[in-house]
Design a protein around this ligand. Structure first.
Ligand code: CMC
Length: 440
């Protein structure tokens, strides 16, 4: 492979040469504003008869996007150019939603309007309440989320035409606004409490806490430190470029499916323990380890290739350094525990010791495995009173804006095509059909 710059057209390309046939093909080399260059292989099959093979997309850019940038080696995450640390410290979730959706932080007037418009959509269709009764009370809330969010397309027919920019925007607002309501309803249903209607005088995070923890018979006091932490957790999970669930949303949407169906697909993908389900898995893992003295034996199992045990909350496809979101969450964890007067949280002590030991262990060091966003988030959510089954639901609530921003970007992109990967066929070749009576 050779890399060349064409000075006349000021473009770059690489030349791939098939060493058997000695045939060559020039493929454009594209540069983004940051990050590695990419080889544009769209003409590769037409010109050479070869496909590429990249299960898990280890070296494949699936789209061009101007929303989120990650440098995994340096541990950098930025949305529209703003670092996640700055956003987590100075911004709030509604501002970040505006930033992701429209590309800019809002002016004060834009912020007021945006918050008003989102708030206006927080209630769900009353008929949807009955939908919950079809689920078992002990259903996992993520199972309920997949079903209810998918069902939104059966309720909001006036925002499913993806060719109409106005309908797309209404669907976007509806999804961001209704997701906390739907999530809190899933929780209330599971514990047999009445649904709590949204309150439009509260912020997005406050309203969510209210719908989760208020009951009709008493006044629910919102703790501002907990509400701040909730808001920060939403910010930290808002978008993460082309991860599994976002790619799922894009792939589902590439066929022209409606936004509610696409976001339900994203929720399904997020649920897995290698992705958003990891926060729940971390807490289960810490509970299983139980005590600091059991850490070495647990890590021996993790390192044993014949044992499927993983160190949950560790490792990332892109970050080969500390996940910047984990650093922010770890700090928040201490603030929330202090505020709630939890002097001693054994799971936090255990997690910190586990992290310390793992980061000194050759297995994790050589593979560049660091804590990711899910390592500490479960501990903070548990302290805030969320049951373990709700952890991934909270991730889904926060990630909805990222999914929606990426969906809007994709629909507006005129070069967008239906996603259709190819394969390396390894099955049986052509063979004659054998009648049933001759088989056996
Ligand atoms: N515990 C033990 N070994 C690990 C871990 C782990 N958590 N993660 C990766 N490895 C090993 C893996 O076995 C492999 O070793 P070897 O080279 O000897 O075969 C090496 O590290 C490279 O791993 P990989 O499987 O090629 O990495 P990947 O990019 O395919 O997987 C991952 C990334 C996040 C799926 C994986 O690290 C993992 O399953 N971690 C635990 C689950 C988790 O915390 N997920 C949350 C990710 S962040 C939030 C989100 O995306 O939703």
């Amino acid at each position: 492979m050779t890399e060349t710059r064409d000075t006349e057209s000021d473009s770059e390309y690489v030349t791939l040469t098939d060493s058997v046939s000695n045939k060559s093909v020039d493929l454009p080399l594209l540069s983004g504003t940051e990050g590695p260059k990419v080889i544009d292989i769209r003409r590769l099959y037409a010109e050479t008869g070869y496909f590429t093979f990249d299960p898990g997309y280890m070296a494949t850019g699936s789209c061009a996007s101007n929303i989120t940038y990650i440098d995994g080696d340096k541990g950098i995450l930025r949305h529209r150019g703003y670092s996640i640390e700055d956003l987590a410290e100075h911004s709030d979730f509604m501002e970040v939603c505006h930033l992701l959706l429209f590309g800019e932080l809002p002016t004060p007037a834009q912020k007021e309007k945006f918050e008003h418009d989102i708030t206006y959509h927080t209630m769900v269709h009353e008929q949807l309440n009955f939908f919950y009764r079809g689920f078992r009370r002990d259903a996992h809330p993520m199972a309920i989320m997949c079903g209810v969010v998918g069902a939104l397309s059966a309720f909001y027919h006036d925002s499913t035409d993806i060719t109409d920019p106005h309908q797309r925007m209404v669907a976007s607002y509806r999804l961001i606004a209704k997701m906390p309501t739907i999530a809190a309803m899933a929780y209330k249903f599971s514990i047999g409490q009445p649904f709590i209607y949204p309150r439009n005088d509260l912020s997005y995070a406050e309203n969510f806490l209210h719908m989760m923890f208020a009951v009709p018979c008493e006044t629910y006091e919102i703790n501002p430190v907990v509400a701040d932490a909730m808001d920060r957790i939403f910010i930290l999970h808002a978008d993460h470029e082309q991860n599994a669930s976002t790619s799922t949303v894009r792939l589902a949407a590439s066929s022209g499916a409606n936004p509610f169906a696409c976001i339900a697909a994203g929720i399904a993908s997020l649920w897995g323990p290698a992705h958003g389900g990891a926060n729940e898995a971390v807490l289960k893992m810490l509970t299983e380890i139980g005590h600091k003295k059991n850490i070495p034996a647990y890590l021996d199992r993790v390192k044993d290739k014949s044992d499927a045990t993983m160190l949950m909350g560790f490792g990332h496809r892109v970050y080969k350094n500390y996940d910047p979101r984990a650093a922010v969450i770890q700090k928040s964890c201490h603030a929330v525990l202090n505020e709630l007067d939890i002097k001693d949280e054994p799971l936090l002590d255990l997690a910190m010791e586990l992290e310390r030991i793992a980061l000194e262990d050759e297995y994790f060091v050589s593979r560049k495995l660091f804590p990711n966003v899910d390592f500490y988030s479960g501990i903070i959510l548990k302290a805030m009173g969320f049951p373990i089954g709700m952890f991934t639901v909270l991730f889904a609530v926060a990630r909805t804006v990222g999914w929606i921003a990426q969906w809007n970007e994709m629909i507006a992109d005129e070069s967008q095509k239906i996603g259709r990967p190819r394969q390396l066929y390894t099955g049986v070749g052509k063979r004659p059909y054998v009648p049933l009576e001759e088989r056996g």
